[in-house]
Design a protein around this ligand. Structure first.
Ligand code: ADP
Ligand code: G6P
Length: 477
């Protein structure tokens, strides 16, 4: 069997043996711990002086190969083009896109340099699977270095509509670079359609076949011919291990955190949200909708608590400092308006938690409140459902703009801009009869089991192994 090489900017922290907050690290970690292989990427360190050195650490069946970034590379590649240009653009926040040509050059330079670091570690029959928007030029860089292995790419975040992508000045170079991969994986059919639309209408390419009408999971990938390359593209919605999470949640219910939560909530109902503190997550709108619920349904006052766990992320970037200030101002305002001596309406927590603790808290709560403005998938939504008690499950309130909404049709689907609609959904969720909750939970668990993270990995790798061309067999221009 070929060895699997995973390449991503963020690598799960090695010492803690578990993933950081962020869907990529969590999903990839779950996928790789079964197959074994190598995980190559940034160590998370910024190297003040001297050349960053590659570090190899073996942990069970996985070799972690990580390297630091020089300050300028971190600023241009990570903070700059990846997170100040691509992240807002791909999350439909054209208002937040910043562009600096030097950052773009740095992004390309770091991709080339990272590819050069990887090349000596590769064997001829390795299968290379590159993840996410930081590494769009990675296949092109490997090909230039003479690598002929199969190379796949999975985008964890949305692929934007062509009209939005056009706002990123080097959009054409990016899509051309994507076409150097053999297989492109997206979270949803809508993302595949957006990519194909760009290829046909802006890139002068052709698309044939595929399952573009299919609502959820990929059938046969679409064949794409563009920029002198022939490749395939399909949707592979990332999953979780629902039964493993259910076990963790059940075991964690006896732990200290859940006991504390129980003691302090008394008989109150609990609404729970967990997100990185990112402007794509719709936290301000979510707080306002909870406020609206307290306004509209006085019986909820002092009878419902909302816990928002939001570990800060990319905290050295202006847009993230700004969303944090806005959120904290809303939080202070709403808590000031409604709090009682014995009740704080919104509890706001920055901490990281063990997966078992999070799962147990999900199980303890009555409503999972997951309302991003845009999200590639949103694993939290899938984790929330997985963690529920089958006899007395909570209700998921889910944004239609999360990729997970395609699969989790048993959720109460909301538009996160519609504050009134979200408050109504919360009220409905809090009052939902047991039979209805059970039926929705059963449907969603069946879907999560049939498309778990092994299915995601195996389907993608099967398609990558089966088709595609080696670079010597380039399609005619
Ligand atoms: P994103 O990838 O944008 O962060 P996802 O919902 O897809 O969003 O993935 C987030 C992942 O990070 C989930 O697996 C979630 O459990 C985990 N996570 C989020 N916040 C925390 C936290 N405070 N402690 C531990 N894990 C967290
Ligand atoms: C999302 C992205 C990942 C990223 C994660 C955390 O899940 O898709 O690529 O790793 O957010 O963000 P960070 O900038 O800390 O890696």
């Amino acid at each position: 069997m070929s060895r699997l090489i995973i390449v991503s900017n963020r690598v799960a922290p090695i010492s803690e043996g578990g993933p950081a907050a962020g869907g990529l690290a969590v999903g990839v970690y779950d996928a790789l711990k079964e197959t074994g292989g190598m995980w190559f990427g940034w160590s998370g360190e910024v190297v003040a002086s001297g050349q960053p050195q590659l570090q190899l650490v073996e942990q069970g069946p996985v070799t972690f190969a990580t390297i630091g970034l020089a300050r300028r590379d971190y600023d241009q590649y990570y903070r700059g083009f990846s997170n100040a240009t691509l992240w807002p653009a791909f999350h439909y926040r054209a208002d937040l896109i910043q562009y600096d040509r030097h950052d773009f050059e740095g992004y390309w330079r770091v991709n080339t340099w990272l590819a050069q670091q990887l090349v000596p570690l590769l064997r001829p029959d390795d299968v290379i699977w590159v993840h996410d928007y930081h590494l769009i030029p990675f296949a092109q860089a490997l090909r230039s270095a003479g690598v002929r292995n199969r190379i796949g790419f999975f985008l964890h975040i949305p692929f934007p509509a062509a009209q939005v992508l056009l706002a990123v000045p080097p959009h054409r170079a990016l899509v051309e670079a994507l076409c150097s991969f053999d297989l492109l994986g997206f979270q949803t059919q809508a993302d595949v359609r957006a990519f194909c639309d760009y290829v046909v209408h802006e890139g002068g390419g052709e698309v044939a076949g595929g399952e573009q009408g299919a609502p959820v999971v990929a059938g046969a990938p679409a064949h794409v011919r563009a920029f002198g390359r022939s490749l395939r593209a399909a949707a592979y919605p990332i999953g979780v291990y629902p039964d493993e999470i259910a076990q963790l949640a059940k075991a964690g219910a006896r732990g200290k955190s859940v006991r504390l939560m129980r003691q302090t909530r008394h008989e109150r109902k609990l609404i729970m949200s967990v997100d990185r503190l990112d402007y794509s997550k719709g936290l301000v709108e979510r707080f306002r909708a909870f406020e609206h619920l307290l306004d509209q349904v006085p019986a909820c006052r002092n009878n419902v608590s909302f816990v928002q766990i939001a570990p800060p992320t990319r905290a050295d970037m202006h847009a993230y400092q700004d969303i944090r200030l806005r959120l904290e101002s809303e939080l202070g305002r709403i808590n000031g308006r409604f709090a009682e001596l014995d009740w704080t309406p919104i509890r706001y927590i920055h901490r990281q938690y063990e997966r078992s603790v999070l799962a147990a808290l999900f199980r303890e709560s009555h409503v999972g409140y997951v309302t991003p403005l845009r999200d590639g998938m949103n694993l939290v939504a899938k984790e929330y459902v997985s963690a529920q008690d089958p006899d007395d499950p909570g209700v998921l309130v889910l944004s239609r703009f999360a990729g997970a909404a395609d699969e989790l049709t048993g959720a109460l689907i909301v538009n996160p801009i519609d504050i009134d609609g979200m408050a109504q959904a919360l009220s409905e969720a809090l009052a939902m009869p047991l039979a209805d909750r059970r039926a929705r939970y059963r449907d969603m668990m069946a879907q999560l089991r049939s498309n778990n993270v092994s299915v995601w990995r195996d389907t993608f790798l099967r398609d990558l192994a089966q088709g595609g061309q080696l670079p010597a067999e380039r399609a005619p221009g």
